[in-house]
Ligand binder design. Sequence first.
Ligand SMILES: CC(C)(COP(=O)(O)OP(=O)(O)OC[C@H]1O[C@@H](n2cnc3c(N)ncnc32)[C@H](O)[C@@H]1OP(=O)(O)O)[C@@H](O)C(=O)NCCC(=O)NCCS
Length: 173
Amino acid sequence: MKFGLRAATTGDVPHLPGIERSAAKAFLSLPDLAWIADDAVQSEERHRALIENRTAWVATDEGGSPIGFLNGEVFEGCFHILEVAVRLDAQGQGIGRALIDLAGQFAAANELAGLTLTTFRDVPWNEPLYRRLGFRIVENSDLTPKLARILEDEAGTGLPAERRCAMKLTGAR
Ligand SMILES: CC(C)(COP(=O)(O)OP(=O)(O)OC[C@H]1O[C@@H](n2cnc3c(N)ncnc32)[C@H](O)[C@@H]1OP(=O)(O)O)[C@@H](O)C(=O)NCCC(=O)NCCS
């Protein structure tokens, strides 16, 4: 599939929660995490704020409509990926990798130390994918205050803490 990449605009906002809900259907293949398919998604308000902050990008289909997105925020000297999601029917075609590469380019252009995120340790399209892209797990003893807080907050929303981890990619392009 041919896809494009560009900065997200406020016109994309109505599409983005639906993309995240569709992306999350990937979890239906994992019985113990299937509930994530119906979990809360980022609000339109949150999307608008990240777009205004210029830290949000979309992958688009040939007609220019969004089929995936990545957004995040800068803290502790890195670009932290808050969410990367690709519509279920568009997954497995290199869009997720391309969006993460774009985030790496943003980090490099802004002289940041790299990329961070939190994810599942044992979901095939989470930690193993990021590891293949060069991310490494940040051990609990090395967690920065904000990464530790994000993991705590996630546990508070019901995500199983023992299966979650923070990861970091340094030297991103
Ligand atoms: C994670 C996600 C954004 C990746 O997007 P994508 O467009 O499918 O990614 P790509 O096509 O670039 O594939 C990247 C890798 O993931 C692997 N992958 C994708 N879907 C997979 C699946 N269902 N099972 C196993 N591996 C999978 C691909 O094999 C590929 O591996 P490789 O390129 O290293 O060989 C997408 O799977 C998604 O939206 N998932 C649901 C939401 C989610 O988990 N977000 C991440 C939160 S931390």
